[in-house]
Every structure is written in C-alpha cells, then in structure tokens.
Design a protein. Structure first.
Lengths: 113, 114
C-alpha cells in the first residue's frame, strides 16, 4: 500500500526564517504531488502541485521540489510569517484515478515573532 | 459561489443510530470524494465518485455507503454508527482542468458516536 511520511509532526521557527518541510513516499510513484494547508477546524486548502517530470515549482514565497530518485518532496516557505502557522499536508496522486489522494499525517508549523 | 458545502457541521450519534452526511458542490466537478481525518493519521479515503450515478470504494469503506444521484451532491451514509466512526469527515471535489489540478474541500463534519 502507499505510504507517505512527513518527517516531523511539529516545526517551530522564527519569523523571517525559511521553513522546510519534508515528504517521503514509498511504493508507487505519483503522477502528481500536492501540498495543502489546513487551519484548525477547517478543510485543507490547495497550495501547490508538482508533476513527476518537474524538479521545482514556485509560487510567491512557496517553493516545492520533487526528487523521484529519493522519493522525496521538500516544501519551503521563505520569509516566514506568523500567519503561515498551520498544518501542512503532503498528498500523492498516482494518476490511476485522478483525485484519489494519499495524504501524509501533516506537519504543524508554528512561526513565532 | 459557495464551493463545497457540507451538512451538518457537527453531530452526536448514539451507537447503532443512522445518519446521512450531505456534500453539495456548485463547481460542476465530476469527481467527488469522502475522507475521514483522525488524530495522528492522514486523511483516508472512504468512497469516491467519478461522475453522476457512479461510486467506488476507497481505503476504509466498511460501515459506510454512498450515493451520487445528482452531479452536484454526494451523500455519505452510516447505517449503524459505531464509536470507531467518531471522526471529522471531509468532502472534496477535484478539478482536472488543464494546468489546474487540485482538490477543493468542504469545511468538515465533526461526528461523535457515543
């Protein structure tokens, strides 16, 4: 079965620093890898998608990398702000049934002033 | 434009009771999904639908049934609730437009079975 691991349950960093979150997967290779943000009591919100043939994707202060050899994705938030505090979820779409996502447990990020 | 709306937001059931969770979307997406989220675990897929009149099992389908009679609605039923079904349930739709592949989630339904 598909297994997705996000390296830490919690990450605490100081405002202005870069937050780096890790997602590792085993078994099947994804067609897409996605990152979502989830705030307490809310549903996940899509942030970025990266395809299996892409190495890097950027959106404003966010950057995602994808290494299919290491079976790993890194998610970076540069110049982090307290408003970035949330749980970040990694999700894989194997492409066999679009939208059938396999989620990691998430990493809770806290950015302190 | 409400996106994905789940009803109800909260519910407490007694063991053995039944209920239906409603998911409604106004984005005209074909694909719809029901997930459950438990503490310390990732979202797990219960059932999904790739179009009106179709349903399929996900990772954890036991104890649940679904129906997709209309494209915009996806219903999740619990026939005989058990404490193990205490969870937060999320409905999602999936956009598969060119260059725009993402899931849209509802706000969740917090269900407690006592």
């Amino acid at each position: 079965s598909q297994k997705i691991e996000q390296n830490s349950e919690a990450l605490n960093i100081q405002e202005g620093k870069t937050a780096t979150l890790t997602c590792n997967y085993t078994n099947y290779s994804p067609a897409y890898l996605q990152w979502y943000r989830q705030d307490p009591g809310r549903g996940p919100v899509f942030l970025l998608l990266i395809r299996e043939n892409e190495k890097e994707k950027r959106k404003e202060r966010l950057k995602v990398t994808f290494d299919t050899t290491l079976k790993q994705s890194l998610f970076h938030i540069t110049a982090s702000q307290p408003a970035d505090s949330a749980t970040y979820l990694c999700a894989l779409d194997r492409g066999s049934t679009l939208g059938r996502l396999y989620f990691g447990r998430g990493t809770q990020l806290t950015v302190w002033p | 434009n409400a996106g994905v709306t789940q009803t109800p937001k909260f519910r407490v059931l007694k063991t053995g009771q039944s209920m239906t969770l409603l998911c409604a979307q106004d984005m005209n997406h074909e694909y719809m999904y029901w997930y459950r989220q438990d503490p310390g675990m990732g979202l797990r897929l219960i059932h999904y639908s790739v179009g009106e009149g179709t349903t399929a099992k996900g990772e954890v389908p036991d104890g649940y049934n679904v129906s997709r009679l209309k494209k915009q609605n996806f219903l999740l039923g619990l026939e005989s609730a058990a404490p193990s079904q205490t969870s937060v349930y999320f409905c999602a739709t999936y956009s598969t437009g060119l260059g725009n592949t993402e899931a849209f989630f509802g706000q969740g339904t917090r269900l407690t079975v006592v």
